[in-house]
Design a protein around this ligand. Structure first.
Ligand SMILES: CC(C)(COP(=O)(O)OP(=O)(O)OC[C@H]1O[C@@H](n2cnc3c(N)ncnc32)[C@H](O)[C@@H]1OP(=O)(O)O)[C@@H](O)C(=O)NCCC(=O)NCCS
Length: 151
């Protein structure tokens, strides 16, 4: 059986309402609508994935010369744990390669076990730690683990 290619298209202004709604549900310290609009205006590699015509996931990636940085990868809660994060990630590998990147970096909270498991399962290795990088709701800061994957 051949797998259908995932339905992934560039994020558009019309996606922002859905994206921001999910962002606030999924992240302790969410990006604002302005952050996403700025990313689109700046030409960041920004994507929305659909299943059966319905939006299920989104991602934002920044290319800098031969490196790409994954800034946001999110799967809507009802669509989680069905392989969608992995599919979108593999699409981003291809996309980054197409743009001339040879490595992909990201930052993740040590407390974000689902994301850590996803990234480790897709070949990312920890390469550093940024001390007190993330704000924590209610006060305080949390480190970021920096991860890298060769493309
Ligand atoms: C992290 C996230 C993107 C994973 O997306 P997903 O579509 O649920 O992931 P997949 O179904 O492709 O899972 C692939 C693997 O990741 C790991 N994983 C995903 N969710 C997990 C969970 N809740 N607990 C433990 N491992 C998990 C597993 O190893 C899984 O493989 P398996 O299902 O065969 O065990 C999703 O949970 C999410 O959007 N979280 C909120 C936003 C976020 O934290 N984004 C990352 C910021 S750095």
């Amino acid at each position: 059986m051949t797998e259908r290619p995932p339905d992934i298209s560039p994020m558009a202004e019309a996606d922002l309402h859905w994206v921001v709604e999910n962002e606030f549900e999924l992240h302790a310290v969410p990006w604002t609508r302005g952050n996403f609009a700025d990313s689109l205006a700046a030409g960041y590699s920004s994507w929305v994935m659909r299943v059966d015509g319905r939006r299920v996931a989104y991602a934002v990636m920044l290319r800098v010369l031969d490196e790409s940085h994954l800034l946001n990868l999110s799967v809507a809660r009802p669509a989680q744990r069905a392989g969608i994060g992995g599919l979108l990630l593999r699409f981003l590998f291809e996309e980054a390669r197409r743009g001339g990147s040879s490595q992909l970096f990201l930052e993740v909270r040590p407390s974000n076990e689902p994301a850590l498991a996803l990234y480790q399962g897709h070949g990312f290795m920890p390469v550093g730690r940024r001390k007190s990088y993330y704000p924590v709701p209610g006060g305080g800061r949390e480190d970021a683990i920096v991860m890298r994957r060769a493309l």
